[in-house]
Write a new protein. Sequence first.
Length: 94
Amino acid sequence: MHQPQSATSGQSTYLQPDAQTKENPLNAIKLTPKEKEVLAWGAQGKTSWEIALILKCTESGVNFHFSNIRLKFGVSSRSAALIKATALGLVTPF
């Protein structure tokens, strides 16, 4: 049976970034090609509806990708995700 761990046991190594991540923070964030595309259009000021038309998918599909991006970046809003993506050089704002 699985034994519960204390708040500090085992967690610190999981939360510590590896040496490669410390050298290059881009290695820590793996975006799919579609997520990169959605980010690029978002950086141009497009809404989910507009991005959906451009990418020929549904608005909820675009929102799904933005949700995944927010999770990967550890932020709670689309604006924060776009700011982080710009800071990391993943997108160039208009």
